[in-house]
Design a protein around this ligand. Structure first.
Ligand SMILES: Nc1ncnc2c1ncn2[C@@H]1O[C@H](COP(=O)(O)OP(=O)(O)OP(=O)(O)O)[C@@H](O)[C@H]1O
Length: 256
């Protein structure tokens, strides 16, 4: 079997406030796989994603992305390694007054550092590729439309197209359906699953909807109190495993 795309081992994260957000967390993500992270508010899901993305430097442990030791990199090499990871957030964060295609083109900027992009000019040569990214998310005919006119579901799909314009190996999605209705949520999760299964991307996605996780994930990772509680195929995850993630631990069991 080939090496995992993302390997996280023994990750710990203590914020300057003293809050221990992650304790000895390990996981793997393979190319072509959609893994969903479930867990209650404050259990460390976003911290984990931000450590994987190289946005936060963990207190201990390692993150490898396509063999690159992210946690050992800094400056330009870290910025370049981070291009392998496309981020999708709770909100699409599009520039509303610009066209949809201009928003997608901003995803290519990291690959074009020159005086033109420093002045805010978008790389025109990337337009056909940006159009393909839009088609990939089913919005090819929306290229010239102003981003502010899109529905929430469409805007979120454009944010996926923007992440794809980075040419990433993996997508990290932090509650990407939080502001979407059930139909748009289903559609977005279907899109992420297709990008994994058909295009070979690795997708690591935080959700608060166990039912969506069961329908779309290849594996579900349950987190509680900054630790991974289980890492299993949806069919092997019992209802009691899921509900245990949302019951409060006794105060003495919480890390300091
Ligand atoms: N910048 C920060 N400084 C200090 N503590 C933080 C910071 N960010 C998060 N925390 C704390 O770390 C713990 C984990 O937070 P995190 O945001 O990773 O949880 P989460 O599982 O993503 O929560 P949610 O589901 O509410 O988004 C929480 O106790 C939180 O208060």
């Amino acid at each position: 079997m080939s090496k995992p795309l993302i390997e996280v081992s023994g990750l710990a994260m203590r914020y300057p406030t003293g809050r221990m957000a992650l304790t000895d967390t390990s996981l793997t993500l393979n190319a072509g796989e959609l893994v969903v992270i479930l867990g209650a508010n404050g259990c460390g899901k976003s911290t984990l994603l931000r450590c994987v993305a190289g946005i936060l430097q963990p207190t201990a442990g390692q993150v490898h992305v396509a063999g690159e030791p992210m946690t050992a990199l800094a400056g330009r090499p870290l910025a370049e390694a981070r291009m392998a990871l496309g981020m999708v957030f709770q909100n699409a964060n599009l520039v509303k007054r610009r066209s949809v295609i201009a928003n997608v083109l901003t995803g290519t900027l990291g690959r074009h550092r020159n005086w033109k992009t420093a002045l805010g000019l978008l790389p025109k040569a990337e337009r056909p590729f940006a159009q393909r990214c839009l088609e990939e998310v089913g919005l090819g005919s929306f290229a010239e439309q102003r981003a502010g006119t899109l529905s929430g579901g469409q805007a979120q799909r454009v944010s996926v197209a923007r992440a794809l314009a980075q040419r990433p190996l993996a997508l990290l999605a932090d509650e990407p359906v939080a502001s979407l209705d059930p139909e748009a949520s289903e559609e977005l999760m279907g899109l992420l699953r297709r990008l994994a299964h058909e295009d070979g991307l690795g997708v690591l996605c935080v959700l608060h909807q166990p039912d969506l996780a069961r329908r779309h994930a290849d594996r579900i990772l349950g987190m509680k109190g900054g630790r991974v509680q289980f890492d299993q195929k949806p069919a092997d995850v019992q209802e009691v495993d899921v509900s245990s993630l949302y019951t409060k631990p006794a105060p003495e069991a919480l890390p300091a």
